[in-house]
Design a protein around this ligand. Sequence first.
Ligand SMILES: [Fe+2]
Ligand SMILES: [Fe+2]
Length: 196
Amino acid sequence: MGWFSQDIATMDDLFQHTLEDIYYAEHQIEKALPEMIRKASDPELKKGFQTHLKQTKGHIKRLDQAFKKLKLKPRGTKCPAIEGIIEEANEIAGEVSDKVVLNAALIGAAQAVEHYEITRYGTLLAWSKALGRKDVGRLFQANLKEEKATDKKLNGIAKRKINKKAVARKPKQANKLQQQRMQDVMAQATTGVPTL
Ligand SMILES: [Fe+2]
Ligand SMILES: [Fe+2]
């Protein structure tokens, strides 16, 4: 079902589509988190990701209950937004060579995921109220609360230590050489004279 296609005619259709979207997203997040746990070298961050993996499994269970209450079969619909966010997270994590800087990158990537989930649950909560389904809304509210708490927790870890530690890291010798080469290339591009 694509956005703006003829498949979505009513508010009920739109509501169902968005529920299927977050269902798909939560499953993708469940798959992505173990790798983030593995890559995090800060024990507090690692534990935070582990806790959120458990919570994510709970989010999926609540969504299963929402489908059941709505008398719908639980199913996901491909969500390009979460795929893009996770793909970008994997890319950046693969490019960061310093494990302390990597912790900062992981927090930034995880917060992008949390913010996506927050927008989806906020919308679903508002629509469930508008459609007179406060019973289902309570399930979204519970997930939303945990996503917001996770975002806040990540902010706390970043501000309290990870960002400071990452900023204090000195570039390794290899990185220095790489930077020097880059500067040489830039100088050559500007002056047209090769640097010896
Ligand atoms: Fe979630
Ligand atoms: Fe989350």
